[in-house]
Design a protein around this ligand. Sequence first.
Ligand code: ADP
Ligand code: MG
Length: 582
Amino acid sequence: MKIQILSDEMASRIAAGEVVERPASVVKELVENSLDAGASEIFISIEKSGTALIRVIDNGEGMEPEDLALAVERHATSKLKEDEDLFRIATLGFRGEALPSIGSIAKMDIVSRPQGAASGQRVRVEGGRKDEIRAAPSSQGTTIEIRDIFFNTPARRKFLKSPATELSHICDVVNRLALANPKVHFRLQHDGRTVADFVAVSEYKDRLQQVLGREVAKGLTPFEWHQTDTATLSVHGYLSSAPTSFPNARHLYTFVNNRYVRDKILTHAVLQGYDTLLMKGQYPAVILFLDIPFIEVDVNVHPAKYEVRFRRQSDVHDAVFRAIHQALRAEAKAPSAQAGPSPLTIFTGVRDAPLRYPVAAATGYFDPAQSREVFIVPPPAGLVPQSGFFSSLTILGQILGCYLVCASNQGLALIDQHAAHERVAFEKLRHQLDDGKVATQSLLIPQSVELSAGEMMLVERKLDVLERFGFSLVPFGPGAYAITTAPALLPEGDYSQLVRQMVAELAEVDTSARLRQRLEERLATMACHSVIRANRKLESDEMRALLRELDQIEFATQCPHGRPVLLEFSRDELERMFKRVV
Ligand code: ADP
Ligand code: MG
């Protein structure tokens, strides 16, 4: 017999709290048990986003009948023996709380057959009541079925989010465990359909591709860092190169001794490693593994074991920061190795005149030194009477590839053409969204977007939302959708990155009002980045059209991010600058 009931003293030292928050917590606990049991195949089937059924079948070591009877008791575990073990936790589980907790809020059925046994045994628990152990046919390993979660606690059932959200939490759990265990075959089925099937791989890159999709995986490069002096900390993983970024941290995975954790120190160190390479609000894709002696990390902090405490916090921060920073620096020296276009470099220029702008633009800055030409604009042939401040300006020319120089009746006016275009695009789009009809363009050649299993499920349910924003998607083989229409306002380009970002927002936000706001922001930002960038020569007609458009919108003096569109110098100011007056 391997399982023991922890002494009261030990039990009292275990971080207390609720293990089962939602169906995904059950999936996490069960799959962790399968991994601790050494399984190489873990098949998960769920129904109704886990609320009706969660079944986990593993081919792990199984349980002897007497262990099976104990497993569902509180504080019963095979993973902690002595007091000291609590400071050296090498297994995913150790609290002996998961099975009894699940058994108290659901109908649980466990069938297990250990190696060498002639047959399996079954135990049933319902609302905390345990039945007799009975013989049951079974292959080697353990099968656990959980039905009707929260059937006896309707209040908690009410707290569950939409089925799509609960399902995406389950996918997240499976993805994290799969990233940490590439040699294990994971399969997830929902209502009879296979959502994920990650066969065991020997190349880690293949697991990345299975979990994150080919597009994201393609842009990731390996990194590694070891503490040289004491050789106790080591950090390795995969990261996205600087110009690739995502609107949220959903592709940021941190593992400590192969356990997925959410830790402020680790996240902070990763982001600090990227420093100014990312725009505000943008996140990299990083899969980070920190290996640290068990004695140096306390995992007994959080009931769901999502948090850890480090003995040497600043050493850990330092190690992670260095690992990331060093990897990015090495990459910057060999930019040809850089992967994929950044979301900001996708829409380059306007429809009729595609243009590449320097990568520096992706950071929000550009180098005026790169363009010294001055274009003088001939006055318009037949002067059309115009109304409005901007139309009243006389355009003198364009300098540095990005500023319009104009005479105003006050004096001198400078217009940032990029900021102006941003504002115009943003306003047009907002207008179309308000009217409920975003003008669309059909794509001659549909573009495919590869999505992870969880994202696929989400998109399937939210096709109408994307449609409202001008994107029509149709299924395109397993794991992909094809984009058939895009908002007319966006110039031709690769829309898949934008759609992926919108899907990321869908996954994060539950209420429709907030979702609209977020998607609007995202699309607006994209519209902004789609417009004429700095360093492009504008024809005089284009300049005049731009000024006319500025007159038609509100808030024309700032771009949607708050930078000014217009700087004006009056006679007084000019005279003061030239010291004609003091
Ligand atoms: P913990 O994982 O913290 O020990 P659990 O309540 O999750 O506590 O599980 C109790 C015990 O049941 C485990 O320690 C393990 O011995 C046994 N067990 C649970 N699931 C499995 C499984 N899939 N295969 C083999 N043994 C299992
Ligand atoms: Mg467990």
